[in-house]
Design a protein around this ligand. Structure first.
Ligand SMILES: [Fe+2]
Ligand SMILES: [Fe+2]
Length: 214
């Protein structure tokens, strides 16, 4: 693997951030499965919860591989913690659609942007687990697609309006931007521009949400 010594710490910290995201995705999907309005959604979410637990293991293993001595990354993730608290509150209220908007649509669009862009750098550095990461990317795209379809259906069935969703999305979008900016120095140390991640994230958002994010 072609990782420069000075890149180990920032890469491990980025992987740790992804690991935290996967742990949260597991927790959220497992809870969403218990409040899903249809059996089909319930089954999908149970499957997603299993996949997310596996993803967390993949990132933990990659992190240990890249920096075995960095057992406990010290980077604090305040915007992530705020995002998590907001989503947990929505789940506590059994607001299924807000949780889908926050997790599958917004957070997973950021995850997809990071995974896709970071993948180029990881391949360049000949990082291990390439095949595993490619499976993971496909699964993430499926979770994100599921979230968009659930919301489109809810809008079509007049369960809630686009405008209501746009309003609900505002704090989550702002926090996802803060999450990337909070990792600015880690991205810079591996020659990455954090702004590009946000631009890619926006391309993954549904049209009606992209305007809100811009
Ligand atoms: Fe995941
Ligand atoms: Fe996912």
């Amino acid at each position: 693997m072609l990782v420069k010594p000075e890149e180990r710490q920032p890469l491990a910290e980025l992987l740790y951030f992804l690991e935290l995201g996967e742990q949260l995705a597991h927790e959220v999907a497992a809870t969403q499965a218990t409040i899903a309005p249809t059996t089909k959604m319930h089954r999908f979410l149970e499957g997603q919860a299993r996949q997310e637990a596996f993803h967390a293991t993949v990132f933990r293993t990659s992190r240990m591989w890249i920096a075995p001595r960095l057992a406990n990354p010290q980077k604090s993730h305040e915007p992530f913690k705020e995002f998590r608290a907001l989503m947990r509150t929505a789940l506590h209220r059994k607001d299924f659609f807000e949780s889908i908007l926050a997790e599958q649509v917004i957070l997973e669009s950021l995850g997809e942007a990071i995974l896709q862009k970071l993948e180029v750098g990881l391949q360049k550095r000949r990082a291990p687990f390439r095949r595993l990461r490619s499976i993971l990317l496909h699964q993430e795209a499926a979770h994100h697609g599921f979230g968009e379809r659930v919301l489109e259906q809810a809008i079509a069935n007049e369960v809630l309006t686009k405008q209501e969703l746009q309003e609900k999305a505002l704090p989550y979008l702002a926090l996802s931007e803060s999450m990337v900016m909070n990792l600015k120095s880690q991205f810079k140390e591996i020659d990455e521009d954090p702004g590009e991640y946000l631009t890619i994230q926006h391309t993954f958002l549904p049209d009606w949400l992209e305007e809100t994010a811009a």
